[in-house]
Design a protein around this ligand. Structure first.
Ligand SMILES: [Zn+2]
Length: 137
């Protein structure tokens, strides 16, 4: 992604949203040669991470959202466990990365990225209850 595209994307996000929440990105961990996540091809991830410059893009989004009076929040991924926690009952359950559907024993089921987003909103206090979570979906 080019720098020009970063500016356009960050501008579009800031124009559209008053709250931008993201997970912490540990770029050093993602691009370090030792102990990479097993699912990623280390070389491809390194190249992709460095070419896409996610840290710079996140920085652009942050300042543009705040410049328009919006709010950027970075969720502590290790604490909130966005990919393992159910947005409805808040129970955590480890899932292999290849599992591409959130399906909780409480009956709540949805695409995992949407579930992670709702978990972030609950973690930030934007959504306070199971009922609010159900109404968003
Ligand atoms: Zn649940």
């Amino acid at each position: 992604m080019t720098r020009k595209r970063h500016h356009q994307l960050s501008h579009d996000i800031a124009k559209e949203y008053a709250l931008f929440a993201s997970e912490e990105l540990d770029i050093k961990q993602m691009t370090r040669g030792d102990n990479p996540p097993a699912i990623y091809n280390k070389t491809a991830l390194n190249r992709s991470s460095l070419d896409n410059m996610p840290a710079k893009l996140m920085g652009m989004i942050r300042y543009k959202v705040e410049e328009t009076g919006g709010r950027h929040e970075e969720v502590e991924t290790k604490k909130v466990k966005t990919s393992q926690r159910c947005p409805d009952c808040l129970v955590t359950k480890k899932k292999p990365l290849e599992v591409r559907h959130h399906d909780c024993t409480c009956g709540y089921a949805m695409k995992p990225d949407a579930a992670s987003g709702l978990v972030m909103l609950r973690g930030l206090g934007v959504l306070h209850s199971r009922i609010e979570t159900l109404l968003v979906v």
